[in-house]
Ligand binder design. Sequence first.
Ligand code: ASP
Length: 589
Amino acid sequence: MYRTHTCGELRIENKGQQVTLAGWVQKARKLGGMTFIDLRDRYGITQLVVEADAPAELVEVATSLGREYVIQVQGEVVERQAKNAKMPTGDIEIKVCGIRVLNKSVTPPFTIEDNSDGGDDLRMKFRYLDLRRNPLREALMLRHKIAHEVRNYLDAKGFMEIETPYLIKSTPEGARDFVVPSRMNPGQFYALPQSPQTFKQLLMVAGYDRYFQIVRCFRDEDLRADRQPEFTQIDCEMSFVEQEDVLNTFEGMMRTLFKNVLDVEIPNPLPRMSWYDAMDKYGSDKPDIRFGMEIHEITDAAKGKGFGVLDGAAYIGAIAVPGAAEYTRKQVDELTEWVKRPQVGAKGLIYIRVNADGTYKSSIDKFYGAEGLAKIAAAAEAKAGDLILVMSGDNKRKVQTMLGVLRIEMGNRLGLRDPKVFAPLWIVDFPLLEWDDETQRFYAMHHPFTAPKPEHEKWFYSNAKEDLERVCANAYDFVLNGTELGGGSIRIHDAEMQKRMFEVLGIGPEEAEYKFGFIIHAFQFGAPPHGGLAFGFDRVCALFGGSDSIRDYIAFPKNNQGRDMMIDSPSEIDDTQLDELQIKLDPKA
Ligand code: ASP
């Protein structure tokens, strides 16, 4: 037997017991002839002590131990002289009578401590060492716990976990596919699933009316900090349901997770907000509702004073930042530069200080007297002490989006976004389609399998752009603290309607047949009404852990260039492999 206990287990009640432990040497130090060793495994750390008068061989082994050596020790549990209240095992230590070195270790490239001295790249390269550290161990434990709770909840509700293939044909979810060449079918490629969307719908046609899967998805996108080329979804689908049924089921799941994992009660029922309200008030379809600072349209209040920028704008919006009237000129200038960065894209920023004494000071004093500014302040619902920030432009949604980004930034600066406070909500009533000026065509806002609301079908079959633009879907997103954690919709289950959808999206009948024939055909064999959603599992884990980095919650993630630093992938393949696949590389390209 390698061990009788783990390194996180022994307490004062175990005093006097003979035990065997195994683990890694966190550190060893000599003190007045005695050797103290911190022994670590995934359960914790236990202090070992080799007394000064222990047999010489034992002292010799103890003093020869290096960091990360794997050892097995025998000894007696004794009460510690100097107790450590911070450690669960801090009341005891093991008086060692035998040590066996199970394996040596070269010196690790960084310290295996909560606050490691290793940089990101180094820790990614030696991920297996990084994973020995507490913060990552706790993150993976949290992930395990959440997965377990999800499975329990869904199983109790009659959901079946069914796997779907990874080598498939492209499923459009708005990103590029990763493709895999087929050796047996030269010149042909599989695509890795961006999600199991079509397969889960086919399972509904097959009669498996409650499906879920904790499943890997692949999207070849330009990576941002919180994106990974492969990520995990909690993917779900149900038959014979309306939006209400889906929302209730998964609101219940999230409530259970919050309760069982974090011991947090979330509101019952959860708030719901229409996509239109979210855009108007928060400039985002994933609003952070932990703080106010809502966007107000001030178009009428601000126009007609001879100030060209505003007079010429189609939409003028403002936020009132509480307590920021004291911002110095320098701070406001810095903020103006901030909104001009390409990530925000504003042309400029107008400010109005609402001073504590009720007077105003603004960048547009020349055009607006006290009365004009008071009118704007009223429209922006600003109070004394607020700093009003104004943006304008031709496109209402664009201006709102920029104000939304600024609002989040101000929320961060004012410390209003505490990761320990949770404010989940549903965003509902998304538009079905989104017009793109550049390509002059409609795109599906969610995906092409989302159904129009029944009461909007008349517009869906119209060919007028204005009609198509106002079609809404029973599509919904689960949003938490400014992050979209999940989303889904009620689906099309009628072959003719699915064909119409492809037509609206500019996908001709032949292309539709080639790419999506399988699902259109399936719908002819008795497809039940159905709907579902998927949660971004990595993000759920990160937010539950109070972090915004999903990387820490994935055992072996990729870096921002999509590389696995540890196995050094992607990498070239050899000529034989290329030949077998009948692939020729073009070195020029
Ligand atoms: N397949 C969708 C997604 O990945 C989720 C859904 O509609 O169920 O976003």
